[in-house]
Design a protein around this ligand. Sequence first.
Ligand code: ISL
Length: 559
Amino acid sequence: MANDWWKSAVVYQIYPRSFQDSNGDGVGDLQGIRSRLDHLEWLGVDVLWLSPIYASPHADNGYDISDYEAIDPAFGTLEDFDALLADVHARGMKLVMDLVVNHTSDEHPWFVEARSSVDSPKRDWYWWRPPRAGFAAGQAGAEPTNWRAFFSGSTWELDPASGEYYLHLFHVKQPDLNWENPEVRSAVYAMMNRWLDRGVDGFRMDVINLISKVLPLGDGEPLPGGLGNGFPLYANGPRVHEFLQEMHREVFSGRDAELLTVGETPGVTTDHAVKFTDPDRAEVDMVFQFDHVDVDHGPLGKFDTQPLDLVRLKAILDRWQVALAERGWNSLYWNNHDQPRVVSRFGDDRDHWAASAKALGAVLHLQRGTPYVYQGEEIGMTNAGFTSIDQYQDIEVHGAWDELRAIGVPDERILAGMAHVSRDNARTPVQWDASEHAGFTTGTPWLPATPNHTWLNAAAQREDPDSVAAFYRRLIALRHELPVIAHGTFEMLLPGDPQVFAYRRELDGTVLTVVANLSGDDVAVDVEDPGADVLVANLPDPVVGADLRPWEVRATLTA
Ligand code: ISL
């Protein structure tokens, strides 16, 4: 197998909680995934990435792990896991696990032990600090640094027993591991090796660029509301590349040709991304950058949603294509369990639902990089349409609700932002069929199925050669068949056009030109070769060189 087999592969992300329930408890599980592998094989994806299935109190739906070596009973057993892995391999696919090691759950035995005493041998496995000089424990402002947590509030929680604070970049139930401590690193590597020995095919590494903090820990630039921005002090930190190279030596070396490793790296720069993914440096195969999904965030953060500026979105994606052209590799995504549904966000889920879902799919999948499909994206699933705060389950939403109200943002404005970009939009059950709860469960789903499942579902689309799912299937097959898609150069065309997304790929004399109208108007384009053949298009009777109809995409090939 070539060392870079993943350059022509497509990854499918499963969020197990919402994929398929097999036992009627309303939560998806491993047996449920096994029962739906036909769909994934039909779609033609190469790799499945499972969001966390480890034992967890589920404060953050499994991104708070209390035992890295056990399967959470809500999802099944280790036997179920082995059976799933065998099934996936038997169908010629690979299985990649989520690796959440910036933090554990506060219920992980490591943290329970660390918290038990300042003299605990595990105390230094986490970040403990006394109150700020001159302050008493618990006093306002006594937190060791002013950092704001991702899920609102301070990143520091007081442990009353010892009078010290522990660090949690995310929720209070997600204490950060201290990667400076070599014992922590060895324990993580040993755990990873055990999963690889069990047969898994790699890892998606949660917030892996946050594991190295700038020492000594200090304050960040003040933010409105009194807290500070610690991000520059812990993102892409001083030892992060060293740690990943060490991990590579201790875990991947000798077997990395078969594996896929992808770092989730919020705030990664192109310079760091090249370092993370340059094969000669032996860190990870690719990373997830965030610039394109942060494009519609406003001054008050993600829930302060701004209209899409397509010229800016294109400039961001172009910059990433160019920066990683010679060294390193991009991952390509619109969606995951943290992002709203792309057809609702950047497409038109009302008047041009199918055409816009397909156009966005084509624009992404024909770029250079490894595409990721998030469950339900392949059938054009839409946002949840929640209108009241009680409908949301996500801790991020509830933290932000309190925080934004406290600074006087009107409820309607907050709710509008949440309806647009909240993470729960991606977490409603996969819409398998038109039956009650969309075929996801026979019980009561933990988050309700979106009402449009009566017509928007996988069963209907598998029958229909013009469906969004059939179109995604074709895009995936094309990457396998045409080397120009996996390996060709990338050139952005018409960068200043506010409606058209167009680019050219080239390999050994084969030229692929993609033109997409990401608007509801007719628009002219003049960049296609008149002699080219249409390779894939989303509307009937495509004509090379003709005006693009609303949300039309054409990809043409010149040999
Ligand atoms: O979704 C976000 C908030 O808008 C992101 O900032 C997100 O928190 C960030 O991408 C890190 O995400 C990962 O780690 C989190 C977890 O909640 C996310 O689900 C996971 O993808 C903490 O483990």
